[in-house]
Design a protein around this ligand. Sequence first.
Ligand code: ATP
Length: 396
Amino acid sequence: MFLGLDDTDSPDGMCTTYLGALIAQALAERGCVVKNMRLIRLNPNVPWKTRGNAGVCIEFDGDVRIASQTAGEFIDKYAMFDCENTNPGFVVCETKPAPDFYYQALRGFCTVEEAKAVLDSIGAVYRGYKNCRGLIGALAAVSAELPDRTYEYLAYRDPAVFGTPRVYDAASVKRSAELTFPHCWDTWDFAADKPVCIPHGKDPVLYGIRGESREWVEKAVSYIDTEAVSCFVIWETNQGTDAHILSADSGFAEGRSYWFDGSVTEAPKTQRGGHVSFSVDGVVCYAFEPTKSFRNVVRKLIEGDKLTVFGSFQNGVMHVEKFCLRHAAEKEIRVSPKCPVCGGRMTSAGKGKGYKCRECSGRVREVACTPRDITEGWYEVPPDARRHLAKPVCRL
Ligand code: ATP
C-alpha cells in the first residue's frame, strides 16, 4: 500500500518529510509494516512551493482505514494551516498508480481537478484540505518511478529545540565529507569551506546526508557529531538525477527544465545586480547572482565556445544549472603582431584571416591566439544554489 503526503509546512516551520517520519512511526505502532520511504521532488519551477517542492510516499503493508485515519490525525495536529500557502493533501492506494501523473508534476504543471480525476479512477482514498493543492504532490509521490535513484539520510531535531541554532561539530562534518565524497555529496562545500548539509531555518531537520546508497549515507553519518537526534529516515529519492530535465528538441516552454547543445553567440555580460547573461544559439542564458562563483566561470566563455547547457526556462530565459564546455573556441590576441618583413605594426585582415602590414605588403595568415583560462569539461552552480533534482557533476 502507498500513502502519499504533501504541502503541510510553511516558511515558519514544519517539514513534510518530518510529518512523513512521524506518520510512519505511528503506522508501525498501529500494526502496519513500513517497507520503504520515498522523498519525491517535483517541478522546481512551480511558484507556490515552500522550499524544495517535495512530496513523500510511505510504502507499507497494512490497512487503508488505519493509514487514512493516521494521516488525518497527524495532519490535523501538525500541518501549518494558518499559512495561506499551506494546502495539505494525502492519498492512500492499494496499488501503485501509473507514472504518468508523476512525470507531468515533475516536468510540467498539474491541476487539482486532474489529480482528483486520477484518484477517483483508481479508487484511492484521499483527502485535500483548504484549496486541496497538496493532492497533486501526494499523488505524484505515490506514482513516482525512479529509474535512477539516490538516498538522503534526514536526521530530525528534538522538538524541544526547534527554532534554536543547531549544535554540531563542523570539523566532524568536513571529515565526513572528505571520507565519503563522491559517494556522498552536498555534505561540505570545499570551495566556500562551510557545511551544506545543515539547514538554517526553523524546520525540524538537523542535517541531510545525500549519497548513492543506504550504506554510504550511513557511513557518512557515522563520522558526524551533533546535538541529539530525535529520529531519522533514510529516504529513497529522485534527487540528484536530472529527472526533471527535458530535451529542448521541440523548443522551450515556460516553467520547464531543459538541456541543449549550442555555440555561444553572444559573450557574457554582467548586468545590474551582478547577474551574468550570455546567449547560446540565440537562447538567452543567465547565471544569476546567487550562483556566486559560478558566474566567474561563465564570464570566461567567448563567442564560438560549444556548450551543452542544463537549466530551467523561466520568464523567457534559461536559468543555467550546469554546462559542459565541449569545445573551447580559440581566442585571438588583442594586440596585433609585428610584421616579420619590415617590423611595422600589422592590422587584422578580417575575422580568422590573419594580419596584413600597414607599411609593406607583408601578410601573416595564421591567427595569433592566446591560451584560454578555462578547460573543457563540466561546470555547475555551488551546492547551495543547486536544484535538489539537478544531477551533481560528481555523479555524471
Ligand atoms: P513541503 O515540505 O510542504 O512539501 P515544498 O517546498 O515541497 O514544501 P509545498 O509547500 O509542498 O512545497 O508546495 C508545493 C505545492 O505545489 C504542493 O501543494 C504541491 O502539491 C503542488 N505542486 C507540486 N508540483 C506541482 C506541479 N507540477 N503542478 C502544480 N502543482 C504542483
